[in-house]
Design a protein around this ligand. Structure first.
Ligand SMILES: Nc1nc2c(ncn2[C@@H]2O[C@H](COP(=O)(O)OP(=O)(O)OP(=O)(O)O)[C@@H](O)[C@H]2O)c(=O)[nH]1
Ligand SMILES: [Mg+2]
Length: 184
């Protein structure tokens, strides 16, 4: 297949992470459903399964797959990877850096999906969003971002997988736009 043809294909952008991490909120910023910083975190409903939508992203048709993170859904994705993990161009993984209790689960979930990305979409760009870095949040002794990276970076490096990462928060919309290349 020639390059010209490749460029006609829609891009597939996937966003995954544990339940309540903030994935759908982040996408609402991208689609400008949210276009100014809220006073308090907006009330959201959990995503049921995978919510698919199409957006224009850098003038290109982009299929966005928002993977609801509740446990039963997570198990379903891992059990049926051929339905979900093919032809991914951008893989966003969202970590709630205020969620101490779900951190280890999030590490394990990442390891699970990472193996499937390697298998089905080895060319995918991996981007970590360390989310809920709110201006008034003080990480104190539990630095969840570092703890997460400590556990996943060795595996990424072992596999020679490149990745980038961003700190994001709904209270600074540019932090989210930057992570998607929409702002410098
Ligand atoms: N403090 C804070 N809360 C946030 C931020 N972003 C989102 N939230 C809140 O986090 C909660 C969950 O947000 P969602 O976007 O529904 O999370 P999700 O990852 O889509 O959850 P599932 O669909 O169940 O997988 C909501 O109450 C949001 O208002 C943020 O930057 N800071
Ligand atoms: Mg959601």
């Amino acid at each position: 297949m020639g390059n010209a043809e490749n460029e006609e294909l829609p891009i597939k952008l996937v966003i995954m992470g544990m339940e309540n991490a903030g994935k759908t909120t982040i996408l609402d910023v991208l689609t400008q459903k949210i276009n100014e910083p809220p006073n308090k975190p907006p009330s959201m409903t959990p995503t049921k399964g995978v919510e698919r939508s199409t957006i224009l992203f850098f003038q290109k048709e982009t299929k966005v797959w928002d993977f609801g993170g509740q446990e039963s859904y997570r198990n379903e994705y891992l059990a049926n990877p051929e339905k979900y993990f093919h032809t991914i161009s951008f893989f966003y993984y969202v970590v709630d850096i205020q969620d101490y209790y779900r951190l280890i689960q999030s590490v394990m979930y990442f390891h699970g999906v990472f193996n499937l990305i390697k298998k089905f979409s080895p060319e995918a760009k991996i981007i970590f969003l360390f989310h809920k870095m709110d201006p008034d949040y003080s990480p104190d002794e539990r630095n969840l971002k570092e703890k997460f990276l400590e556990k996943v970076e060795p595996v990424l490096k072992l596999n020679n997988m490149l990745y980038t990462m961003f700190d994001t928060t709904i209270f600074d919309l540019n932090s989210i736009r930057i992570a998607f290349g929409l702002e410098t």
